[in-house]
Design a protein around this ligand. Structure first.
Ligand code: OAD
Length: 239
């Protein structure tokens, strides 16, 4: 894959598929997807949290425990190795599991936050994150205002953290290769990054088990598991 080997600025966008082989559920896949089995409106909106903070807190605790018990897979490690291959790599992940960092990727742009972060629901100015590793059934209180602390993830209807939004946007406009891995390309604004990159003349490569809205616009489509395809891909451009 000469285009990847010769990339000066590579943007990698990952979704839950990259963590699937670690044992982390994806969102929209039939049967196993989280949104097939849980209602996002009851668990992943600010309104849901206000309605039942303990339910939402417990659901995120379950997800944290699940992620803490698994390991990065060869797909994560292959992406980390790419840093030494291309001149400039930007990694944007929609995942909140921290597995890219655990695999050695540096400067990961977390588009949808992180399961292990917390912030004050009211975002009061004096608030400090707390360690969410608690067995409490209810969310902790903000030490500053006494309100609820909440998981540091982006919920439906919420804005992407501005710094992540700007950095990803800039990387999409300036990359010469865009590599989409394990995302259904259905959730905006992340889904728009591929389009931005394409408009800027980048080569689009998709690694996915299935077709997505990005597939038709991709120059190269690598169909299969990212934990198998990515190591082969990175080996092929490093040896
Ligand atoms: P989805 O569940 O929408 O899509 C997962 C994608 O991964 C699908 O296209 C699968 O075909 C693919 N896939 C599954 N296993 C794979 C594997 N082993 N190798 C390669 N591809 C594989 O998940 P996301 O695209 O990540 O947002 O979803 C985007 C956002 O929607 C999430 O960040 C989350 C969710 O609502 C928030 O929570 C804000």
């Amino acid at each position: 894959m000469d285009r990847l080997r010769d990339a000066r600025k590579l943007l990698v966008l990952t979704g839950s598929g990259v963590s699937a082989e670690s044992g982390v559920p994806t969102f929209r896949e039939a049967r196993s997807g989280l949104w097939e089995n849980f209602d996002p409106l009851q668990l992943a909106t600010p309104e849901a949290f206000l309605n039942d903070p303990a339910l939402v807190w417990r659901w995120y605790r379950w997800r944290r425990d699940l992620v803490a018990a698994v390991e990065p897979n060869p797909g994560h490690f292959a992406i980390a190795r790419l840093e030494a291959v291309v001149e400039e790599l930007t990694l944007v992940t929609q995942n909140v599991d921290g597995l890219h960092q655990r695999a050695g990727s540096s400067a990961v742009i977390e588009y949808h936050g992180n399961l292990f972060d917390t912030h004050c629901f009211a975002r009061c100015p004096g608030s400090e994150p707390v360690n969410p590793a608690t067995t409490d059934d209810s969310p902790p209180q903000c030490a500053s205002c006494g309100g609820w602390m909440r998981p540091g993830v982006v919920w439906f209807g919420e804005a992407i953290p501005p710094a992540a939004l700007a950095a990803a946007d800039q990387a999409a406009r300036s990359c010469d290769v865009f590599l989409s891995v394990g995302t259904s390309s259905l959730v905006w604004p992340a889904a728009g990054l591929g389009e931005l990159a394409m408009q800027s003349g980048a080569t689009i490569i998709e690694v996915n088990l299935d077709g997505t809205p990005l597939t038709e616009q991709s120059h190269f489509v690598l169909r299969g598991k990212s934990g198998e395809i990515l190591p082969e891909l990175v080996n092929s451009i490093t040896v």
